[in-house]
Design a protein around this ligand. Structure first.
Ligand code: ADP
Ligand code: ASP
Ligand code: MG
Length: 412
């Protein structure tokens, strides 16, 4: 029988009623003749609560224990979903990541899936099971410890299963009815896109649009998984949602497809470091070793052999970053006068494949921000995106202004 992957995010399994509702959707696809692999997230709010408990117990936690704790939310929903389906007379069974096993790297809290052997679940389908419910977000390391795939990782579990099982489609059910020109929570002018190109979705996701985890889009692109984002609250329909697909499948291309943001960013500046060959490696090596995800980097011009080095990272990694550079200083590997942290910034980005052929996108973006008197602190660009770091208090205003400037309310 053909296989379908259906993933239900936190709000779609937030309580027993919602799990029952999701199970009904699964039942429809079983009736349509599919063997279904259901990937579930933890009930909404659960993972945040677990992360909070970890931080309150140990701010610079051991990531192996973090994974042991935060992966547990998914175990509950997987079992409950299997039970609900059984109550509907649908043969269903739950799997935790290690039981499949979802084999990952040992990069705890941001592990990558390396392999998903299909024999266990395929054998069960062969025995008449119709639905395999798999706890998303989790796997097992080569050392045999539980790992997690980073926040939002159930999307990646879903796409990886779709690739491994050659599923006809991977449907991501969430609390919005598709991918929008920007987060619909920020502006009511946001428009749902019927289709979006893999590359644009990849940029939007990596720049903060949390509707899909970045890695899930990467995998879908690489393994040609038909990926659809749709609402678990709307009536089923063939045309529902947004299809993430190849660029060639999309007729018209605007310069900008969407606006993304990442709210909790910090800007850190090392004041007056020696400007010498190897200084960047001496700073960013220890930061990488400490697990800090450095994003933007700016090095100022130097004066009298000293320079300032600015970088950004997520606010919840500031403590780690401060410790890493202080340790490097104590070891004599680097030398700076001061470390200035601004943890009140955010990143706003515009993304579009059309930028390759449209000139003036950056100028238009900067003008729109200027018109709102928003000061830009750092700028980075790539072929299909422009990002700026600005004060967090202007986030909503900036997103709305850019959405207006690029006339995204006319998109479809
Ligand atoms: P789930 O729990 O189902 O995985 P998430 O909260 O991770 O759901 O992702 C869905 C949310 O992503 C939406 O509620 C929306 O606020 C946010 N979002 C951000 N950018 C976008 C976008 N461009 N299109 C749609 N949703 C977006
Ligand atoms: N529950 C995890 C999280 O909140 C994984 C997911 O929902 O995708 O990040
Ligand atoms: Mg999510």
């Amino acid at each position: 029988m053909p296989t379908l992957v259906m993933k239900f995010g936190g709000t779609s399994v937030a309580n027993l009623d919602r799990i029952a509702r999701a199970a009904k959707r699964v039942a429809l696809e079983v009736a349509n003749g599919y063997d279904v692999i259901v990937i579930v997230s933890a009930m909404s709010g659960k993972t945040n609560e677990l992360v909070g408990w970890v931080n309150d117990t140990s701010p610079l936690y051991d990531a192996r224990e973090y994974d042991a704790i935060v992966s547990s939310g998914e175990n509950v929903t997987a079992g409950l979903m299997a039970l609900r389906l059984q109550e509907m007379d649908i043969p269903a069974r739950s799997w935790q990541g290690w039981q499949v096993p979802v084999k990952t790297t040992s990069a705890h809290s941001s592990a990558r899936i390396e392999e998903i052997p299909t024999d266990n679940i395929t054998a069960k389908f062969g025995e008449g099971m119709r639905v395999a419910v798999v706890a998303g977000f989790q796997g097992i390391s080569p050392e045999g410890r539980i790992t997690t795939l980073g926040r939002g990782g159930s999307d990646t579990t879903a796409v990886a299963f779709a690739a491994a099982f050659g599923a006809e489609r991977c449907d991501i059910y969430t609390d919005v009815d598709g991918v929008y020109t920007t987060d619909p929570r920020i502006t009511s002018k946001a428009r749902k896109l019927d289709k979006i190109a893999f590359e644009e979705m990849l940029e939007l996701a990596s720049l903060g649009a949390k509707v899909l985890q970045t890695r899930s889009v990467e995998l879908a692109m690489r393994y040609k998984v038909r990926l659809r984002v749709l609402s678990s609250f709307e009536e089923p329909s063939d045309k529902a949602g947004t299809l993430v697909c190849d660029e060639e499948e999309i007729m018209e291309q605007n310069a900008v497809a969407g606006v993304a943001y990442s709210r909790d960013e910090a800007k850190m500046t090392l004041i007056s470091v020696a400007d010498r060959p190897g200084i960047a490696a001496a700073i960013f090596g220890p930061l990488a070793d400490a697990g800090v995800n450095v994003d933007m980097i700016v090095q100022n011009i130097s004066e009298e052999g000293r320079t300032d080095m600015t970088f950004s990272c997520p606010t919840d990694q500031v403590l780690r970053a401060e410790k890493a550079v202080a340790d490097a200083m104590a070891k004599g590997e680097i030398n700076y006068h001061d470390l200035v942290t601004d943890d009140g910034v955010c990143k706003v980005s515009v993304v579009g494949i059309g930028m390759r052929s449209h000139a003036g996108v950056a100028a238009k973006m900067f003008k729109a921000l200027q018109d709102e008197s928003i000061n830009i602190k750092v700028i980075t660009t790539s072929e299909i995106k422009i990002s700026v770091l600005i004060d967090r208090k202007y986030l909503e205003l900036a997103v709305q202004a850019l959405h207006d400037a690029f006339e995204l309310e006319k998109a479809a």
